[in-house]
Design a protein around this ligand. Structure first.
Ligand SMILES: [Cu+2]
Length: 259
């Protein structure tokens, strides 16, 4: 009688354990399913050509680590139940198993190599030589604002006819933009979550980041480095619009600047 109760308890515990692990696994996988079906659950929407490849890598790593977690926990639970203390059973001393050790070292090593290869490809695309740009802009961070500079009629930055704005970044959709990033004072960080793009603005250096926009909309530019007391209000506004609207906005900004 006692034995039967004990067994059913163990069974219930095992079931609970499996249910909990499956729940955690499902929770981890939810974003990957959502990504597959185009729903955004975890990450903000993506509006650049490189964002989907970064997301894919992120979700691949999440799925692999999620599966490893669940497998590891299930194995641990299974071993605990199978080899639990039983009356009259003595512990045995074992010396390990070479084959098993080789397998569980080789498989993660291969997975890591695959991930490293994939990461390197994404990195080379995002951080390697930028593609030819349709538009060059200069962004200079300062405590606590973004100074944005567009080339004027001469197509050259840092000349008398430049168009400048504060915290207002407009970009044409479907174009490749090269951002030249500077800082006037301390280290800031230019971050647009929808681009999956972040770059530190370091005084004395000019950083470069490129982006090809894919979707119109209103987004925010955050400073991702604690840059002083006003860091919390260092926020820029990004508008991605049609090339015609962009040209119109540029002309309007220039007219306002000249008056
Ligand atoms: Cu800042």
């Amino acid at each position: 009688m006692k034995q039967t109760i004990h067994r059913s308890r163990v069974r219930v515990r095992a079931l609970l354990y499996v249910a909990a692990s499956t729940g955690v696994w499902a929770l981890l996988q939810a974003p990957a399913w959502a990504f597959g079906s185009g729903v955004t659950v975890w990450l903000p929407e993506s509006v650049s050509t490189t964002a989907p490849m970064i997301d894919r890598l992120f979700y691949t790593i999440l799925a692999i680590t999620g599966a490893a977690f669940v497998l590891g926990q299930l194995t641990l639970g299974g071993v605990l139940i199978k080899y639990r203390r039983r009356p009259g059973q003595r512990a045995t001393y074992i010396h390990g198993n070479h084959l098993v050790e080789v397998v569980w070292t080789a498989i993660p090593a291969l997975i890591l190599l695959g991930l490293a290869y994939q990461s390197q490809r994404v990195w080379a695309t995002v951080k390697g030589t930028p593609p030819p740009a349709d538009l060059h802009i200069e962004v200079t961070a300062e405590q606590f604002a973004w100074n944005i500079r567009y080339a004027g009629a001469d197509g050259q930055l840092n000349t008398a006819d430049d168009i400048t704005t504060i915290n207002q970044l407009h970009l044409p959709v479907g174009k490749t933009v090269l951002v030249h990033l500077k800082s006037k004072d301390v280290i800031h960080s230019f971050f647009v979550p929808q681009f999956r793009m972040k770059l530190d603005a370091v005084p004395g250096l000019t950083g470069q980041l490129w982006v090809s926009t894919t979707k119109r909309g209103h987004y925010e530019i955050a400073c991702a480095q604690l840059c002083g007391l006003g860091h919390y209000r260092m926020r820029g506004y990004l508008v991605i619009e049609s090339p015609e609207q962009f040209q119109q906005w540029l002309a309007q900004t220039l007219a306002e600047q000249n008056t």
